[in-house]
Design a protein around this ligand. Structure first.
Ligand SMILES: [Cu+2]
Length: 428
């Protein structure tokens, strides 16, 4: 597969005299799969051209961790209580800032008030309580964030083991959450393994209005910071998004990418962290399994609602646990691990007279139910805010066979050969 070059440094800005730290003109792959372990993170704020799913390039601002500009920025991992330093260099032509957002506020002590063009600012703070945070440029809130200056910080607990040895993502989890995480791999409803911190996925929802981004970028190129500040009110009230994205991509670009589409076997529970860095709301709906709502905007939940749709208002940060149980709609043994295994573990479906095919991978969609995104730029499918999750094999529990990751029959319509060797043009 040809890797797409989603994002590149804005050459117009480069010609305008902005220092580019040796990466001038280099196009870069956009993704969130790489991550930094804190405690010191160097990021450069960079004007970029960002390619949308229909080939249109829009103006945006991005954090560059040295591997190229990304929207959202690279995922940063930290341990609760450790010292974390962010060094932010400003390669744009207006002042920028920095801070850590928990869903309701910028946390005191995490901010850099102003970084002048060409300058660098630093902040060192103690990693807050275990959970999920968005690092942002909070200036002209939320305009700089919506222009692309956002990324995720995951804080993990120092001691994350329950009495029965199972792992859990919070330091002082309420009783119901302790019971849920203790049950993984221990009761028949949750066969397989306990939760593994490595099984954490980010869904950063975002939206783009190319016209407003162009207007703001034109003001930035002129160094007109006052003009941008004066635009915030109309920006937030007249912004008309045309593109809806997850982790910086839409539709078939986010549909099966392993850093966006959770995968595993039955019995490999996964943590999904949803954030909304955009301006409009999102309403994720997941098929196949329901999820448990663990936390919302800094509050860890005691009442773990089991749901399949949740709302993501602008700026929201929520965490959900996707249990990876046997989906109730399988043709063999709904919610019954013993019968699943007894059936040979390989449910088959007849695709032509006498031709049986394995049903695996089981692939379920996750898409946004809000009408604005479902009707944008060609509609929810294939251009909007959507991805999938998949059960790769009939095995219960890990490990995952790496040969199966990201291999889905419908990927071939975008140029890949079918991973299972099928030559018919209409896949399952
Ligand atoms: Cu749906």
């Amino acid at each position: 597969m040809n890797r797409r070059e989603f994002i590149k440094i804005n050459v117009r800005m480069a010609l305008a005299g902005i220092a580019l730290a040796g990466t001038q003109g280099l196009p870069t792959m956009l993704g969130v799969s790489t991550s930094h372990a804190a405690s010191s993170v160097n990021l450069t704020i960079q004007p970029v051209l960002w390619e949308m799913v229909d080939g249109i390039q829009v103006n945006a601002w991005a954090f560059d961790d040295g591997s190229g500009p990304r929207i959202p920025g690279v995922i940063v991992n930290a341990l609760e209580g450790e010292q974390v330093t962010f060094n932010i260099t400003n390669n744009n032509s207006i002042p920028h800032g920095f801070g850590l957002w928990n869903g309701t506020q910028i946390l005191p002590g995490t901010t850099i008030a102003s970084i002048q063009p060409g300058g660098t600012g630093s902040v060192t703070f103690t990693a807050p309580a275990a959970g999920s945070y968005m690092y942002v440029d909070p200036l002209n809130w939320p305009l700089h964030r919506v222009m692309g200056l956002n990324g995720a910080l995951f804080v993990k607990p120092q001691n994350a083991v329950l009495p029965n040895g199972n792992r859990i993502p919070y330091s002082s989890p309420p009783a119901a959450m302790q019971e849920l995480f203790s049950d993984f791999g221990k009761v028949s409803y949750f066969p397989g393994d306990d939760w593994d911190p490595a099984r954490t996925w980010l869904w950063m929802f975002h939206s783009v209005d190319p016209n407003w981004n162009q207007t703001i970028q034109t003001l930035a190129c002129d160094g007109n910071a006052a003009g941008i500040a004066a635009s915030v009110a109309s920006f937030t009230t007249t912004y008309t998004p045309q593109y809806f994205l997850i982790n910086g991509r839409s539709g078939h670009w986010s549909g099966h990418e392993p850093d966006t589409a959770p995968y595993g076997n039955v019995g490999m529970p996964a943590l999904i962290v949803s954030m909304n860095s955009g301006l409009n709301a999102a309403s994720p709906h997941i098929h196949g399994n329901h999820v448990f709502e663990l936390a919302a905007n800094g509050t860890v939940k005691d009442n773990l609602i089991f749901l399949d749709t949740w709302s993501m208002l602008s700026g929201d940060i929520k965490s959900h646990l996707l249990p990876f149980i046997i989906p109730p709609d399988t043709i063999n043994s709904p919610e019954d691990p013993a019968a699943w295994s007894a059936a040979g573990g390989v449910p088959k479906v007849e695709v032509a007279s006498g031709v049986l095919r394995s049903q695996f991978p089981f692939v379920y969609p996750m898409h946004c139910h809000l009408e604005t995104s479902q009707t944008a730029a060609g509609g929810n499918y294939p251009n909007g805010s959507m991805t999938h999750w998949s059960i790769l094999s009939p095995t219960i529990g890990g490990p995952v066979d790496p040969a199966l990751i990201g291999k889905h029959p419908d990927r071939r319509i975008f140029g890949d050969p079918d991973p299972r060797g099928f030559t018919n043009s209409v896949g399952l």
